[in-house]
Design a protein around this ligand. Structure first.
Ligand code: C5P
Length: 238
């Protein structure tokens, strides 16, 4: 896979026309686009399908977390959009994740689309050690991440969404083929915004990310195409 194909641009927008325009400008330069809860809540599955129908890969970041039967139904329905990557919360447990894995295969058959990668969110990076303890989980967060990554793998899902600091440990624990989708990416020349723990695109790949989620450094750049060229140039440099 070329380094550029590992980049998923986060289109954190509610406006479909704006999202389509950005996707059109960047299509062919990156691996795909991430559409999240904000876009989905505002526009629904038809708008997701409209982006997929542009011929680009979509990571539909809806982080399902419910009883297994409900998550299975949601994954089956979401797979009808043709998204290439879907996700759930690993803390929903093994039965929920096994149901999600089966539903992704069923949904793909049913809707005649390729089976999406299904990844699990381990610990939200917005949660620190005190937050974990407050919800009754055992610290430190790194141990909880690895516990949930192993459970994700054992449950038949394809990988996890994790922070740049965790991807190397997840790779060591779950193997190289286990997908590691990493947000919190900031090129050295871009604003950090609200990201507190971040790393450069090149470092994130070196540390074991398989997919890079990058939003504002590209979408808020004066010239998003040029920002992508710069990032890809850095990734390809020796
Ligand atoms: O603009 P920025 O590059 O910070 O966007 C990162 C994207 O990844 C956003 O859609 C954000 O919600 C998501 N994300 C994150 N940190 C996480 C999980 C997801 O920034 N731990």
């Amino acid at each position: 896979m070329k380094p550029s194909e590992r980049i998923f641009v986060a289109l954190d927008l509610t406006d479909v026309a704006e999202a389509r325009a950005l996707a059109r400008r960047l299509s062919g330069q990156v691996g795909g686009f991430k559409l999240g809860l904000e876009f989905f809540a505002a526009n629904g599955p038809d708008a997701v399908r409209a982006i997929v129908e542009m011929g680009v890969n979509v990571f539909l970041d809806l982080k399902f977390h419910d009883i297994p039967n409900t998550v299975a139904g949601a994954v089956r329905a979401a797979s009808a959009t043709g998204a290439s990557i879907l996700n759930v919360h690993a803390s929903g447990g093994g039965a929920m994740m096994r149901a999600a894995a089966n539903a992704a295969a069923e949904g793909a058959d049913l809707h005649n689309v390729a089976k999406p990668i299904v990844a699990a969110v381990t610990v939200l990076t917005s949660m620190d050690e005190d937050d974990l303890v407050a919800v009754g989980q055992k610290p430190p967060p790194q141990d909880q991440v690895l516990r949930l990554a192993r459970l994700t793998k054992d449950s038949g899902l394809d990988g996890v969404v994790c922070s740049p600091e965790e991807s190397a440990d997840v790779r060591a624990a779950c193997g190289n083929d286990f997908v590691r989708i990493v947000p919190g990416i900031r090129p050295s020349w871009s604003a950090t915004n609200d990201q507190k723990r971040f790393t450069t695109p090149k470092q994130a790949l070196a540390d074991g990310a398989t997919h890079l989620v990058i939003g504002r450094p590209i979408t808020k750049a004066d010239d998003p195409v040029e920002a992508v060229f710069r990032i890809v140039g850095e990734l390809e440099a020796e």
